[in-house]
Ligand binder design. Structure first.
Ligand code: NAD
Length: 437
């Protein structure tokens, strides 16, 4: 099959290269000429484990190429995916669909023959209807089926997720697209990955419902962690105790500084806004959003409390800036609000992240950036772990103590045990665990 991917970001690039790896001929298009030039040189604009090699293999095999030219790629394609960004709209929190609609308009002008247009971007219910309307308005002769196929991959494990998905959701109202989509996903289908066909609107809602549920699950355990601290219980044991129940499941039950990233914050907000528009508010999700928002700054207060309550003029080292490990994505990372809270209280912050510092520099002003954990910690009055990169899981506490001004560790991801830190003379604070836990 000939496939065009419009938008070559985290989702478009990973999906495009995986489709090429399935044996399809794929052109990844982006309007960012710099990105396309870099990709043509073999440089990958994002950090995603395994991506560079997979791109190189598929380019070499002649199945994957990169272009800024929508016209030639769309005209030659059986399937065109839209994988552009759908950020929060400034001001009201609805999903900003301007990139999706612009892509639909561009695609419409160049369609030749029956073409399946697939929205892979996360879009509110009814967007497929509008994409179809735009295409018919722009090019009344275009023969298209507009399909919803939301993406569930996780950054940091994106290739594995794409190639071994729990399910593939395909929403369509035109049966001609069913065979085409089955063919596109054929290798996964043969591997027994469930293909769930639904109506288009249902598929659009499934993506938001999934993300909202996961955000709610994280927020639930975060609130349990706060309660654990008050009652002297251990949230990790609570997680295990409830997660072993098959009805609950153990994933997404790790207490931490609040969810962030390029999806959960904007998608929960967009769902809440859509639901309000339809006069069917999703109050659980509205509450989830507000709990999570206040949690990030509360984590700043937790650090301040761990340092004795007054941090004016103190130095704080922060390890991990991205919203989770194994990505360079800084969008809506909890680190941004936490660092801001520490700066507001008068501290000087030095940060280190294995992959996220280039992106962090665009978003976080007035902090110093270090080359590794130990140089970040030099002369610091406290060390804060915000993101649980593997390289922070076995820190040399003796070495840290020798370079820090005060041995204070605040572990917002619970990656250490109390005894293994305190035996080195550190004061240790974590999330939802008793002091001896
Ligand atoms: P991204 O910002 O990394 O990439 C979007 C790309 O689209 C950019 O490179 C941009 O230049 C390009 N673009 C925008 N308009 C274009 C146009 N008209 N023509 C060609 N290129 C255009 O975004 P992302 O993280 O890949 O997310 C894309 C969509 O997938 C969003 O709707 C997001 O919610 C959804 N999604 C993201 C993830 C994730 O983990 N990042 C997971 C599942 C779903």
């Amino acid at each position: 099959m000939h496939v065009t991917m419009i938008g070559s970001g985290y989702v478009g690039l990973v999906s495009g290269v995986c489709f090429a790896d399935f044996g399809h001929n794929v052109i990844c298009v982006d309007k960012d000429a710099g990105k396309i030039e870099a990709l043509r040189r073999g440089e990958i604009p994002i950090f995603e484990p395994g991506l560079e090699q997979l791109v190189a293999d598929n380019v070499r095999a002649g199945r994957l190429s990169f272009s800024t030219d929508v016209e030639t790629s769309v005209a030659a394609s059986d399937v065109v995916f839209i994988a552009v960004g759908t950020p929060s709209r400034r001001g009201d929190g609805h999903a900003d669909l301007s990139y999706v609609y612009a892509a639909a308009r561009e695609i419409a002008q160049h369609i030749k023959g029956f073409t399946v247009i697939v929205t892979k971007s996360t879009v509110p219910v009814g967007t497929g209807d509008e994409v179809e309307r735009i295409i018919r308005e722009t090019n009344p002769d275009a023969d298209v089926a507009v399909v919803s196929n939301p993406e569930f991959l996780r950054e940091g494990a994106a290739i594995e997720d794409f190639k071994r998905p729990d399910r593939i959701v395909i929403g369509l109202n035109d049966d001609r697209a069913r065979g085409v989509m089955t063919e596109v996903y054929r290798p996964l289908y043969l591997n027994q990955a469930p293909l769930l066909f639904t109506a288009r609107r249902t598929s659009e809602l499934i993506k938001y419902a999934a993300n909202a549920f996961l955000a709610m699950k994280i927020t639930f355990i975060n609130e349990m962690a706060d309660l654990c601290e008050k009652v002297g219980a251990n949230v990790q044991e609570v997680s295990r105790g409830i997660g072993l129940d098959g009805r609950i499941g153990s994933k997404f039950l790790h207490a931490g500084p609040g969810y962030g990233g390029s999806c959960f914050p904007k998608d929960t907000l967009a769902l809440a806004k859509t639901a309000q528009d339809y006069d069917s508010p999703v109050r659980l999700i509205e509450t989830t959003i507000s709990i999570n928002d206040s949690r990030k700054r509360a984590m700043g207060r937790k650090v301040i409390a761990a340092m004795g309550g007054d941090i004016r003029g103190k130095a704080i080292a922060v390890l991990g800036l991205t919203f989770k490990p194994n990505t360079d994505d800084m969008r809506d990372s909890p680190a941004i609000s936490i660092i801001q809270a520490l700066q507001d209280a008068g501290a000087a912050v030095t940060g280190y992240d294995p992959e996220g510092m280039d992106n962090a520099r665009q978003l976080i002003d007035n902090i110093a950036y270090a080359d590794d954990a130990y140089s970040a910690a030099r002369d610091a009055d406290a060390l804060v772990i915000i993101t649980e990169w593997n390289q922070f899981r076995a820190l040399d506490f003796g070495r840290l103590k020798s370079v820090m001004k005060a041995p204070v560790l605040v572990d917002l991801r619970n990656i250490y045990r109390h005894d293994e830190v305190t035996k080195h003379g550190f004061a240790y604070t974590s999330i939802g665990r008793p002091m001896n836990g």
